[in-house]
Design a protein around this ligand. Structure first.
Ligand SMILES: [Ca+2]
Ligand SMILES: [Zn+2]
Length: 305
């Protein structure tokens, strides 16, 4: 055997040992837990999302979170980098793409000022104020419940709102959320630009639905369930529906979420504060570093790859 032949034999033997070791490690992994198989599927989905995202938008996503919605037929990805959130809808039914800028931190306390403009006798205003404050408490309790169901000790995002009331008086162009925000500024409800303004007309006139303007952090909501007149302070069900529309749906827009197919993002049910796939809001840890993506300084492994 020449020296070169001996070297080749030695190299092959070393490789054999290394590969056998690797196979044993892999085998143990497959036996003990299914993570490698799951990871492979995730990786394939990631690659498909990356290619589709790049083809549709030109955005090169380093490592997007990939989420199947409840019926596992469609996928959605969120890509967050700094203050920018890109939401990608795709799959068999959708081919649309939405690109947004986050105007509200997706993690932590969100400072909100709420102005209720109510078409009611003046002596009922305090009743509406406390009824709305209770609706907010119920909504935040629902957010905590949803967080607990995910195994989190606390909801990653919490809305903290002060509530102000005034008699409803129509304003010119009040369907524009910015008009209502400026009004809230003029009456001292909004005191700085970091506050999210939520102005709600509890009146059967004026704005009918809800609107959100991301650039000015303005949410406007009309009394959309007003067929029998303005809801009474005791009508918790109707007030809860209005609160959900303002602090879940419209706030979702300020977090960068656009509508998917139809009026809501996928899997979103009106009695819940999260989509069926909580990862859509970054409330799961996709890259396995122990921090949910909404609060992760390196979301989706960015910075690590
Ligand atoms: Ca993480
Ligand atoms: Zn909407």
């Amino acid at each position: 055997m020449t020296r070169r032949q001996r070297d080749i034999v030695f190299t092959c033997a070393v490789l054999l040992v290394v590969e056998t070791g690797a196979l044993l490690v892999m085998r143990n992994n497959y036996v003990r837990r299914s993570r490698p198989i799951a990871f492979l599927l995730e990786w394939r989905r990631d690659r498909a999302i990356r290619e589709a995202t790049q083809a549709e938008s030109g955005i090169i996503a380093p490592f997007p979170a990939v989420v199947l919605d409840a019926d596992a037929r469609r996928w959605t990805a969120t890509i967050r980098e700094g203050s920018h959130l890109t939401v990608v809808y795709g799959g068999t039914k959708w081919g649309t793409f939405a690109d947004s800028v986050v105007t509200v931190p997706p993690c932590g306390d969100v400072p909100v000022r709420t102005l209720l403009r109510i078409d009611c006798p003046a002596d009922q205003l305090p009743d509406y104020q406390s009824a709305w404050e209770q609706a907010l408490v119920r909504l935040e309790a629902a957010r905590q419940r949803d967080a607990h169901q995910l195994g989190l000790s606390e909801a990653p995002l919490r809305v903290r709102s002060e509530v102000f009331v005034e008699p409803y008086v129509p304003l010119a162009n009040e369907e524009d959320p910015d008009v209502l925000r400026r009004h809230a500024e003029s009456v001292g409800v909004i005191t700085n630009e970091s506050q999210v303004s939520v102005v709600i007309n509890l009146a059967c006139a004026g704005i009918g639905g809800g609107l959100a303007r991301t650039d000015t952090k303005s949410i406007a909501l009309g009394c959309f369930n007003c067929d029998d007149g303005v809801p009474e302070p005791s009508d918790a069900k109707k007030l809860d529906a209005l609160a959900w529309a303002a602090y879940v749906h419209e706030l979702g827009h300020l977090l960068g979420w656009q509508h998917g197919e139809g009026r809501n993002w996928p899997g979103f049910r009106s009695h819940e504060t999260l989509p069926a796939a909580a990862a859509l809001f970054g409330w799961t840890d996709e890259d396995g570093d122990g921090i949910v993506e909404a609060c992760d300084p390196t979301p989706h492994g960015m910075g690590n790859r």
